[in-house]
Design a protein around this ligand. Structure first.
Ligand code: NAG
Ligand code: NAG
Ligand code: NAG
Ligand code: NAG
Ligand code: NAG
Ligand code: NAG
Ligand code: NAG
Ligand code: NAG
Ligand code: NAG
Ligand code: NAG
Ligand code: NAG
Ligand code: NAG
Length: 312
């Protein structure tokens, strides 16, 4: 047996942050209510996630590649937990770091969380691209090195560059999967109840989760945590290329995880809907001049053609 089972039960249906009960699945506490039940930040003007409109993305030559430290280390994952309406893997933040990519310093990843829809019937990424919602989204929450891995300290400081999240879309495929996703999804059944956690005893590395994804191509913008208390302290990096995961493995998130100890309420659609940009600009490595200029050019040629036809 690869995994030592340590199951602890919690009767909680809704996660509670600073006394605020929020959820994804009930009308009285789903994300449309967060601005009213978690007013301090969820009602802000720089919220996440967003819909990325590729034609409006601006080029920024400062968005260089990242330097990932400890991403090939097989001892960085501490445990995996059914927590806050999601599945969360906690990392030993002292062993992992990311710098470069125009980040203002070094950031230490502290946890990986995943958002999904409902098996193959509905997608569940938080960010969308030109309206397309991907099957799932994997987010690596990271904290500026000056906070020594303490996310609460960064939130308490209300530091606008205190956190960085590195986000990967996950796309369902029919391909047979042979990598670590097979092993990771096979343990979800052991943390089916809220509060359940197991130590990760397989040699999983961060890099093994996004094998083959080009990590030099990404979108960048400033936003917030996507769960209450929605603090606007996050530098977002959303990688363009998705991770491909077999659809049957994706389905296990919806079928193997529950929101209550009785296992009657499935953990599904645990994503926040997209928030208004409110004038924020999304940047990326390349200027997307093709879309707007080709529209301008074709408009111009139509006008020219009209002028010419009226002249002759
Ligand atoms: C959230 O709850 C509101 C009522 O408060 C309801 O109108 C809406 O459909 C719900 N949305 C989701 C995504 O569950
Ligand atoms: C959110 O903020 C806006 C403007 O700041 C305000 O008009 C609105 O009442 C606030 N909504 C809630 C639910 O606090
Ligand atoms: C540029 O915009 C076009 C049209 O919106 C889109 O198809 C293309 O993927 C975009 N290119 C980049 C690099 O984002
Ligand atoms: C790139 O970095 C330089 C130096 O920090 C800065 O002056 C410039 O404004 C940055 N460019 C963009 C597009 O952010
Ligand atoms: C990458 O980051 C590590 C610290 O996390 C540092 O020691 C190393 O010099 C950096 N490498 C490059 C090429 O910047
Ligand atoms: C974990 O990584 C270390 C160092 O690279 C290596 O020696 C060890 O064999 C790895 N463990 C497993 C179980 O793969
Ligand atoms: C995290 O890694 C450090 C070494 O970098 C080690 O001293 C510490 O015990 C580890 N913490 C946990 C919780 O495993
Ligand atoms: C999820 O999909 C299953 C069927 O695939 C359906 O029975 C269930 O009601 C759905 N759950 C939610 C919360 O939409
Ligand atoms: C859901 O994901 C599938 C597969 O990536 C895609 O074909 C479909 O357009 C997505 N649906 C929505 C509503 O974005
Ligand atoms: C993390 O920061 C919070 C808020 O500043 C503080 O209360 C807490 O003691 C810190 N935790 C650790 C382990 O240092
Ligand atoms: C996937 O694996 C199954 C059984 O392991 C095999 O029958 C099938 O041909 C494989 N499909 C592909 C596309 O490799
Ligand atoms: C993942 O599981 C497969 C069998 O499904 C096994 O062969 C492989 O060794 C496991 N990988 C790790 C890293 O434990």
């Amino acid at each position: 047996m690869i995994f030592l089972l340590v199951t602890c039960l919690a009767a909680l249906l809704s996660p509670s942050v600073h006394g605020v009960d929020w959820c994804y699945h009930k009308p009285e506490c789903n994300f449309t209510t967060w601005p009213t039940i978690a007013t301090q930040f969820c009602n802000g003007s720089k919220q996440s996630p967003i819909n990325i409109v590729t034609a409006s993305v601006q080029g920024n030559a400062n968005l260089t590649s990242f330097n990932f430290t400890g991403f090939d280390d097989n001892s960085t994952f501490l445990n995996i937990v059914n927590s806050d309406g999601s599945v969360v893997a906690n990392l030993n933040s002292s062993k992992v770091a990311v710098q470069g990519g125009d980040l203002p310093g070094l950031y230490n990843p502290t946890q990986v969380s995943i958002h999904w829809g409902n098996s193959s019937s509905s997608n569940g990424s938080e960010h969308t691209v030109d309206g397309k919602q991907y099957s799932m989204e994997l987010q690596i929450l990271s904290v500026h090195s000056k906070y020594n891995g303490n996310v609460s300290a960064a939130l308490a400081a209300n530091d606008s560059t205190g956190l960085a999240v590195f986000s990967f879309f996950i796309e369902g495929t029919q391909q047979n999967q042979t990598n670590i996703w097979v092993n990771l999804t096979s343990i979800l059944q052991f943390i089916s109840r809220p509060g359940a956690q197991i130590p990760i005893l397989i040699p999983v590395t961060l890099n093994s989760l996004f094998e083959g994804v080009d990590r030099t191509k990404y979108y960048r913008y400033r936003g917030s945590l996507t769960t209450p208390t929605c603090n606007e302290v996050v530098i977002w990096t959303v990688f363009k290329q998705p991770i491909n995961v077999n659809q049957n493995l994706i389905n296990r998130f919806s079928t193997d995880l529950f929101l209550n100890a009785d296992k009657t309420v499935q953990m599904t659609n645990n994503f926040r809907g997209v928030q208004p940009l409110n004038g924020r600009v999304v940047t990326s490595q390349v200027v997307n001049s093709t879309a707007p200029s080709s529209v301008a050019t074709s408009t111009l040629s139509i006008i020219t053609a009209l002028l010419l036809s009226s002249l002759f």
